[in-house]
Structures are given as structure tokens and as C-alpha cells.
Write a protein of this length. Structure first.
Length: 189
């Protein structure tokens, strides 16, 4: 059986806001009934804030009421969309340790793939056009220490993403290159 997100916080909320038995809460949250009883007694999970399973769509109020009326009934998790399969668009987080590597990656891309547009560089590395311009004209605050390094080895992008960007950029720049048709089809998607 699938468990709710943050089972201990969910158990705290159910103990505080329902009249369900310890066994019902334990079965739903994947815990032992004695642990749920310890939560109710204030011995366990003292600092944990309860997570409302109704508000985040894991349970319905009717499901809780059904199980409150029948002590032998068990809660059933509502269908929750799989968050791992959803692709999140937008800016991605770059760890502090890798932020100083971005100018090095920009310098490498400008040197080895001048056909890439600034917009493609921004998307590939996760930087701004202003930073790209400063690296290009050597007015970056750390220009003396910038050493061109491959963004793939730095972990700022993946090899397929880089290849896809280069394949898309080459026809725009007028360069011709023999590209396998399956790679070109993937790049057009």
C-alpha cells in the first residue's frame, strides 16, 4: 500500500483533528499503533507540525468520516499525482560550489561553439545574457581567473543537451555538418 507524504506529520494531524483509532492511523501512515499512541501522549513527534492530508489531496473529508463511524474500516489514500514524473519548467537551482564555474563554461562554449546564440547559452548553463556579454568582452569582474572548461565535465549541462543545442545552431550559422537523422529528429522536438 502506498503511504502518504510525510507520514509522521500526517499522523500528528490525524491524531489532533480526528477521532480515528490508533490502529487506523497507524495502518494509513505505515507506523506501529504504539508509535501513534506515543504521538497522542506527546512523547514522540513533539516538534512536528501536523500535515493536513485533506488539504494536499491525499484524503477526503468523507473518507475520514467513513472510518470514524466504523472502527474496522481503514483509510484509503486518494489518487495523488506522481510528483516524480512531473517535469518542472523554469529556473533550476545551481549549488554555490558550482556558481563560480559558470563563467568558465561560458568561455569554453564561446571558444568551441561560437555558433550558439546567447539564448541557447542561457538555457544550457542557466545564466544571464549580461554575464555572457561580460565574459565575451572580458569585462567580467573575475576575467583574469576565467579558464575555459567544458560545461559537461563541470556538471552544468548534459552531453545530449549540448549536442542538441549545437545541432540546432549549426544550420542557423550556415555551417554544414553530417548529422545522423535520428539525432536531428530529436533536436527538432
Amino acid at each position: 500500500m502506498a503511504l502518504p507524504l510525510m507520514p509522521k506529520a500526517t499522523a500528528v494531524w490525524l491524531v489532533e483533528n480526528s477521532t480515528l483509532s490508533f490502529e487506523q492511523i497507524a495502518a494509513f501512515c505505515g507506523m506501529h499503533a504504539l508509535e501513534v499512541q506515543a504521538i497522542a501522549d506527546g512523547e514522540v513527534a513533539v516538534g512536528i507540525v501536523g500535515l493536513d492530508p485533506v488539504a494536499n489531496g491525499q484524503l477526503t473529508r468523507e473518507e475520514i468520516e467513513r472510518c470514524e463511524k466504523d472502527e474496522n474500516a481503514y483509510l484509503r489514500l486518494s489518487s495523488v499525482p506522481d510528483l516524480a514524473l512531473q517535469k518542472v519548467k523554469g529556473a533550476r537551482y545551481t549549488p554555490v560550489s558550482k556558481r563560480q564555474d559558470k563563467p568558465d563554461a561560458i568561455a569554453w562554449l564561446l571558444k568551441h561553439h561560437p555558433e550558439l546564440s546567447d539564448a541557447q547559452l542561457c538555457k544550457l548553463i542557466g545564466t544571464t545574457k549580461d554575464t555572457i556579454a561580460k565574459v565575451r568582452d572580458r569585462s567580467h569582474w573575475n576575467a583574469a581567473n576565467i579558464k575555459p572548461r567544458n560545461p559537461v565535465t563541470l556538471g552544468l549541462c548534459t552531453e545530449p543537451d549540448l549536442e542538441k543545442a549545437v545541432i540546432i545552431a549549426r544550420p542557423r550559422s550556415g555551417q554544414t555538418v553530417a548529422v545522423p537523422l535520428d539525432l536531428y529528429d530529436q533536436a527538432q522536438e
